[in-house]
Design a protein around this ligand. Structure first.
Ligand SMILES: *[C@@H]1O[C@H](CO)[C@@H](O)[C@H](O)[C@H]1NC(C)=O
Ligand SMILES: *[C@@H]1O[C@H](CO)[C@@H](O)[C@H](O)[C@H]1NC(C)=O
Ligand SMILES: *[C@@H]1O[C@H](CO)[C@@H](O)[C@H](O)[C@H]1NC(C)=O
Ligand SMILES: *[C@@H]1O[C@H](CO)[C@@H](O)[C@H](O)[C@H]1NC(C)=O
Ligand SMILES: *[C@@H]1O[C@H](CO)[C@@H](O)[C@H](O)[C@H]1NC(C)=O
Ligand SMILES: *[C@@H]1O[C@H](CO)[C@@H](O)[C@H](O)[C@H]1NC(C)=O
Ligand SMILES: *[C@@H]1O[C@H](CO)[C@@H](O)[C@H](O)[C@H]1NC(C)=O
Length: 334
């Protein structure tokens, strides 16, 4: 075992700069750019060194909780450790004024006790080659504390060779997991959060489970497939984790309620105004109407063609209710 890991380490050191380097995070070049490096486990970090990966590893800065940090000469006044708390496992390196010359690969290399060494590789790309996620293909809403599983399925039915999941932010893309399905081998990235996934051979569907989600897990997630034919497919999902106070679902309801109330007030006002106008109109022509009714009754030889009781529906309201004299006038005549 020891021989094997030593051999692998030697192979890595001698072959990595020549071969295609795989990375954990892609960062868009910006003046104020931060290369995030957070060690997720609880072991104590004994030393950390940042390198730029050129044909050789060029040391950028070194930090030791006992001796503090040293920025190498070529990077003096250009970078700083964002969080120099000795107890912190946050080794994030920030550039003050980055330029095109800072594009490339960086390694955050830690020695920890008792786990050993740990490395995160970050790729800095010019802003025009930083690929956007584009609009999401689907949406998902969750509450904090839930275990969220995102799944996606390739449209193509051919044999899949590679699968990957990424979290996409405006300034950086973190690889959550990538698998070589023909080997059934997975590469779990250095994302500072627990993610569960599966890379079994012959799989038809990809998933990641994000246990115990919080607001910071909100965002865009992208899954990608590469078929053995070389075809690639990607799906983008938006996960929204609510703030836990569940205020938002009530807003449309409250707005709806207020709208309904407003409608009711308008309706009542309209009815009142119409009723008032009609009453005014009828009061104005009241004597003529009473006259007409009287004449008509007389012409009908006292046959009461009007209902004895006023109808209870609103249709006859202004005739019968608004003329209390009506029932008396004919009788007085009889
Ligand atoms: C860069 O960072 C400094 C210090 O944190 C801040 O004052 C400044 O606004 C930032 N500039 C940009 C372009 O983000
Ligand atoms: C530094 O790390 C400590 C411990 O993880 C954390 O509490 C603090 O907020 C961090 N400070 C900054 C500026 O990120
Ligand atoms: C940032 O870098 C540019 C060129 O690389 C330089 O002209 C400018 O003065 C620098 N600004 C600061 C605040 O260091
Ligand atoms: C999330 O998963 C953990 C471990 O599988 C389980 O103990 C927990 O009950 C789950 N939580 C929810 C909200 O389903
Ligand atoms: C996955 O494994 C196959 C078979 O060994 C190999 O040809 C291919 O290059 C591997 N892909 C990656 C991304 O490592
Ligand atoms: C991954 O898939 C294999 C085969 O389908 C299954 O046996 C295993 O339990 C799965 N692991 C997880 C974490 O789902
Ligand atoms: C889930 O996250 C919350 C907030 O970060 C934490 O208080 C809680 O202990 C976590 N629960 C589990 C089961 O990890």
């Amino acid at each position: 075992m020891d021989h094997l890991s030593l051999l692998l380490a030697i192979l890595y050191v001698y072959t990595a700069p020549c071969e295609e380097i795989s990375w954990d995070t892609t960062v868009k070049l910006a003046k104020n750019m931060s290369l995030e490096c957070v060690y997720p486990l609880a072991d104590s970090v004994t030393q950390i060194e940042w390198f730029k990966l050129k044909t050789e590893r060029e040391s950028v800065a070194i930090f030791n909780p006992m001796f503090r940090g040293i920025i190498r000469e070529a990077y003096t006044d250009r970078v700083y450790f964002s969080n120099q708390t000795a107890a912190s496992n946050d080794m994030t390196l920030t550039f003050y004024n980055a330029s095109e010359a800072d594009v490339g690969f960086y390694s955050c290399f830690l020695h920890t006790f008792p786990f050993g060494t740990w490395e995160k590789v970050i790729r800095v790309v010019p802003s025009d080659s930083f690929e956007d996620a584009g609009p999401p293909n689907s949406q998902m809403v969750s509450e904090p504390g839930e275990n969220v599983t995102l799944t996606c399925q390739p449209k193509e039915k051919c044999l899949l060779e590679e699968m990957s999941w990424e979290k996409i932010q405006p300034q950086q893309i973190d690889v959550l997991i990538s698998c070589n399905l023909s080997h059934g081998r997975s590469y779990t990235s250095k994302y500072p959060r627990q993610i569960l996934s599966n890379c079994s051979h012959g799989m038809k569907k990809a998933f990641v489970t994000i246990p115990n989600v919080t607001g910071s897990d909100s965002g865009l997630y992208r899954c990608g497939f590469k078929a053995s034919t070389g075809e690639k497919e990607t799906f983008v999902m938006r996960l929204t984790v609510t703030d836990g106070e569940t205020k938002t679902p009530y807003i449309p309801f409250v707005a709806g309620g207020a709208g309904f109330l407003l409608l009711l007030v308008i309706l009542i006002t309209t009815i009142t105004v119409i009723a008032y106008k009609r009453r005014r109109r009828q009061q104005q022509r009241g004597p003529f109407k009473d006259f007409w009714i009287t004449q008509n009754r007389a012409a009908n030889n006292y046959r009461n063609t009007f209902p004895a009781n006023p109808p209870s529906d609103g249709a006859g309201e202004d005739i019968y209710v608004n003329h209390p004299t009506f029932s008396r006038v004919p009788r007085a005549r009889v």
